[in-house]
Design a binder for this molecule. Structure first.
Ligand code: MN3
Length: 202
């Protein structure tokens, strides 16, 4: 079955004033759509048709580089949209809150280290919070790579990702990536991160 573009779970202006409407429309409707279209073309004839995106990414080194780039693009953005909300839960709860203390030194330290990872990624890429061997860790990847991929430097199950490609922020923030990262905390829905964390531990 072909991969399809998921709907945004809120209107494109739902994240204003943090993420602007035009960026969301172009980012979702043009960029993500292009990853989906190109992924469907790239998997044709590779034996990956019919596999889930997770299955493909875990063995992505077996496939042409277009599968890595567009499959990563599809997975990363599909996750990213659902992590954002016009009415976000402002902080982690339960087991995740406890693990953030033990594994990452608490919320403030996490935000500091995650921001460093997001700012320090040269060029285009993503910053991640993931679960690796039962523990939380922060990393970043270039391009559309992610920690699920067998080619990732730091492997794990992503539970939170931040897109730091310029297409994610340039219209509103231009070169000010730090401001965009600051705005992200206002629309990040920790309820969804919690859900990914629980799934990752299963
Ligand atoms: Mn993007």
């Amino acid at each position: 079955m072909a991969f399809t573009l998921p709907n945004l779970p809120y209107p494109p202006d739902g994240l204003e004033p943090y993420f602007d409407k035009m960026t969301m429309e172009i980012h979702h409707g043009k960029h993500h759509q292009a990853y989906v279209t190109n992924l469907n073309a790239a998997v044709a004839g590779t034996g990956a048709e019919g596999k889930s995106i997770e299955e493909i990414l875990k063995q992505v080194s077996k496939y042409p580089v277009a599968v890595r780039n567009n499959g990563g693009g599809h997975y990363n953005h599909s996750m990213f949209w659902t992590l954002l909300s016009p009415k976000p839960d402002g902080k982690p709860a339960g087991k995740l809150a406890a693990a953030m203390e033990t594994d990452l030194g608490g919320m403030e330290k996490f935000r500091e280290d995650f921001t460093k990872a997001a700012l320090g990624r040269f060029g285009s890429g993503w910053a991640w919070l993931c679960v690796s061997q039962g523990k939380l860790g922060i990393s970043s990847t270039p391009n559309q790579d992610n920690p699920l991929m067998d080619v990732a430097e730091k492997k794990g199950i992503p539970i939170l990702g931040l897109d730091v490609w310029e297409h994610a922020y340039y219209l509103k923030y231009q070169n000010r990536r730090a401001e965009y990262i600051g705005a992200f905390w206002n629309v990040l829905n920790w309820r969804e991160v919690n859900r990914h964390y629980d799934d990752a531990l299963k």
